[in-house]
Design a binder for this molecule. Sequence first.
Ligand SMILES: [Zn+2]
Length: 105
Amino acid sequence: MPRYEYKHIETPCPAMGEVFEVTQSMKDAPLTQCPHCAGPVRKIMSRVSIMRPTSNTELKEKGFTKLVRRDKGVYENVTAYGKEARYFQANKPETMPDLNKRISD
Ligand SMILES: [Zn+2]
């Protein structure tokens, strides 16, 4: 479920702080009151709920291996680097991404 940020319009309560996060269903109406002190709150555009897609380059830099299924038993290693095979075929173990190398990095 997505998380939303709310901010106290008036005096923040110590329990929740000025800005707090609430996990809500998208179907739920936005809160108008703090669940703790019942003071008025407003929803703020949350940085948390805006999902920025992580690019393949970023994944690669972070050392992740991302395989994208291209065909039956064929996966493209979109984060391949060095001598890693670009395509991983399930029936060809030599095309398996070199995970050990990354772990020891
Ligand atoms: Zn409160």
